[in-house]
Design a protein around this ligand. Structure first.
Ligand code: ADP
Ligand code: MG
Length: 355
């Protein structure tokens, strides 16, 4: 297995830069997710790790050895794509054996069968891919990627083609299998739940750049940037753009006190951290959406549209209803004009502290 290090990795095409100055260290056996919206450079990063794309600048190290000039097939990397890319005319067993075809592996057949057992397709070895369900094809693709005992397993949106129930079980399955093998794994996904449930650490990317590297809690509770704050969480954090003047931001009759920041800021308020109260920030209910355990309300305030979440058992709200919202200063996050979090900055509604 391998330790992986990316140093100032960059990939540019004629027209655009897909990955810009990416640096990242991944421990041996770690499960890392690269998370970001479509087009942010996730697959390009994976292709550079696999040796398919040559970096424009920067270096890649496996266990401390630079691999920029090592060919794809000598890197011993296993890849699983969203489109499982199985060979349609081969049986399951032949598909799993395929990566070993040029290697003198004396026990290739036994290894392929073991891998098939591990991913639970041991009963299906004689079938063709067309005779398998989507989930079974995904398992075969995984076995094929693992049969070479790769230093590194790369998964590019591997669950996107599966239905919701299957995705849930495959998430846990992939986690079990990679743990059992201790293989260093990098999962690429645009799905934040997939990333945060499966990975030890998440790398959040936007526009080819790393926005933040951290645990699920880091990204949710302590987003480094405005982008991460708006990307993580469903519904996402409310982001209010404003200017701090004389210790407050103002809009219409509303006033929110701000400490630790001056000038242009973005105030972040998570929907579950806003609470209805007797006094506070005035809001007019626009619409109410039941979401199972919780209810999401969209409301208009002087600072713009805000969403908040309440337990489904809270008193019902009517559209057009006038109400007030409170929040704790400790729950607030502020970002500066460069989009970076201002540590220590807080916002509060002082006049309604005893509402
Ligand atoms: P993601 O996997 O995060 O959706 P990609 O890494 O595939 O994003 O793409 C990142 C950016 O690089 C996109 O803007 C995409 O259009 C561009 N890109 C990807 N591959 C190529 C290519 N072969 N030639 C030119 N541009 C590319
Ligand atoms: Mg992609």
């Amino acid at each position: 297995m391998a330790r992986v290090e990316l140093r100032n990795l960059t990939k540019s095409w004629d027209a655009a830069t897909a990955v810009a100055d990416m640096s990242l260290s991944i421990a041996d056996g770690e499960f890392t997710a690269i998370l970001g919206p479509s087009g942010c450079g996730k697959s390009t990063t994976l292709f550079m790790l696999a040796g398919v794309y040559r970096p424009t600048a920067g270096d890649i190290f496996f266990d401390g050895a630079r691999v920029n000039d090592v060919e794809a097939r000598s890197r011993n990397v296993g890849i699983v794509f969203q489109s499982y890319a199985l060979y349609p005319n081969m049986s399951v067993l032949q598909n799993i054996l395929f990566p070993l075809r040029f290697q003198k592996v004396p026990d290739a057949d036994r290894r392929a069968r073991e891998m098939a057992e591990l991913v639970q397709v041991g009963e299906l070895l004689d079938r063709r891919p067309s005779q398998l369900s989507g989930g079974q094809q995904q398992r075969v693709a995984l076995a094929r990627a693992l049969v070479k005992r790769p230093n590194l397993l790369l998964l590019d949106e591997p669950l996107s083609n599966l239905d919701a129930t299957l995705r849930l079980s495959m998430r846990a399955e992939i986690r079990r299998i990679t743990r059992e093998l201790g293989v260093t794994t990098i999962l690429v996904t645009h799905d934040q739940i997939e990333a945060t449930t499966m990975a030890d650490r998440v790398v959040c990317m936007a526009n080819g750049r790393v926005e933040q590297v951290g645990t699920a809690d880091d990204l949710y509770l302590r987003p480094d940037t405005r982008f991460v704050a708006g990307f993580i969480g469903s519904p996402p954090m409310n982001l209010i753009e404003a200017t701090v003047h004389e210790g407050a931001i103002r809009a219409g009759a509303a006033r929110i006190a701000v400490t630790g920041a001056e000038g242009t800021v973005t105030l972040g308020l998570r929907p579950e951290m806003l609470h209805p109260a007797e006094r506070g920030l005035q809001a007019r209910v626009a619409h109410v959406e039941p979401m199972g355990r919780e209810r999401m309300t969209t409301a208009y305030t002087d600072f713009g549209t805000i969403r908040f979440i309440e337990p489904i058992a809270a008193p019902a709200r009517d559209e057009g209803e006038l109400m007030h919202l409170q929040f704790d200063a400790a729950d607030t996050i502020l970002f500066g004009p460069d989009g970076r979090r201002l540590p220590g900055a807080r916002a509060s509604l002082p006049e309604a502290a005893h509402a």
